[in-house]
Design a binder for this molecule. Structure first.
Ligand SMILES: [Zn+2]
Length: 317
């Protein structure tokens, strides 16, 4: 867990500028969550990263150990993973070695393997590794900086909702770049701090949580990549509107105060579960699926979708 260290001195985690401005506080069971924003590059990050045990926070995959693949992996997610693999192929990957960093329950690796890719994963959560191994997936309990991972050895590296969890996202992306072969691609997703959801809900945005140390806008993410790597940005988009927002607008603002002992992806987190159900429904109802594509297109026009997706390529050795 080398990437989890306290950001005790108040400098920007992206550009290193000092005196970030306080954005807002969110009441929490033990101590308030406070977000700060860099005055130079607009990066947003959490002030107090308390050593309350990140490993314990991420050790919730054991709850899922009894589930079978078809109970754990959703068809809608599988379809979106297949679309992504097609994008990698159309973008001209020079090989099929994929590393999924923070691979969680291993769903992406499972889909990659079925589609003929040579995929493996790393996880720092021992219970996630145990869950993946139950499904015979090639997953190791390593972090990105582990010497077992050799520079230049992957054609694609994926980071699904990972970069918001690491204390030093710049060196983290630089290490991913190092592990890529020339021409290889780095793909990541992360919540969008400039989304409609975030702008309306502010501290009630359910993404504002102990687990999330960094909060990106598309612009701030692009700057982070430029500051710390030589990766060429191929596409930078936003997509999805969250059901959590609609629920809040219909029912009125419902305070969402995370308990530092409760994990964001806990099976009982109603916000995360709602999003999952909407995706499933959209995949089964063509009309809803079409509506979702139209909404995503509109959201991307002004960068207001709830998720940022970034595709980059290693063009310099
Ligand atoms: Zn900055």
């Amino acid at each position: 867990m080398t990437q989890f260290t306290a950001n005790s001195h108040l400098t920007c985690v992206s550009c290193g500028a000092d005196t970030p401005r306080p954005l807002f506080k969110k009441a929490c069971a033990k101590q308030d969550i406070e977000l700060l924003q860099c005055r130079i590059c607009s990066m947003v990050f959490l002030r107090p990263w308390q050593k309350t045990g990140p490993i314990a926070l991420y050790d919730y995959y054991g709850q899922r150990m009894h589930l079978k693949k078809n109970e754990l992996y959703s068809q809608a997610t599988e379809a979106s993973f297949k679309e992504l693999l097609e994008i990698f192929e159309k973008s001209g990957t020079r090989g099929k070695r994929i590393l999924d960093v923070g691979c969680g329950d291993g769903h992406f690796i499972d889909v990659c393997s079925k589609q003929g890719w040579d995929a493996s994963g790393i996880e720092t959560s021992p219970s996630a590794v145990a869950l993946c191994r139950k499904f015979n997936l090639p997953v190791q309990c390593l972090d990105l900086f582990s010497p077992e991972l050799k520079p230049g050895s992957f054609n694609v590296i994926t980071l699904f909702e990972v970069v918001e969890h690491v204390a030093s996202p710049g060196p983290f992306l630089a290490r991913a770049e190092e592990l890529l072969a020339l021409g290889g691609m780095l793909y990541l997703t992360t919540p969008n701090f400039a989304s409609i959801d975030s702008r309306i809900l502010k501290s009630d945005w359910y993404v504002v949580h102990w687990e999330h140390l960094n909060y990106f806008t598309p612009k701030a993410l692009k700057k982070l990549v430029c500051f710390h790597t030589k990766l060429a940005v191929k596409t930078l988009k936003t997509r999805n509107i969250s059901l959590g927002l609609l629920n809040n607008l219909v029912k009125g603002k419902k305070r969402n105060r995370p308990n530092p002992g409760k994990a964001y992806y806990n099976l009982n987190n109603p916000c995360v579960n709602q999003e999952q159900r909407l995706r499933e429904l959209a995949s089964k109802l063509p009309v809803l699926g079409l509506a979702k594509k139209t909404v995503n297109g509109l959201l991307n026009l002004f960068g207001g979708g709830s998720t940022i997706t970034l595709l980059t390529r290693k063009v310099y050795a």
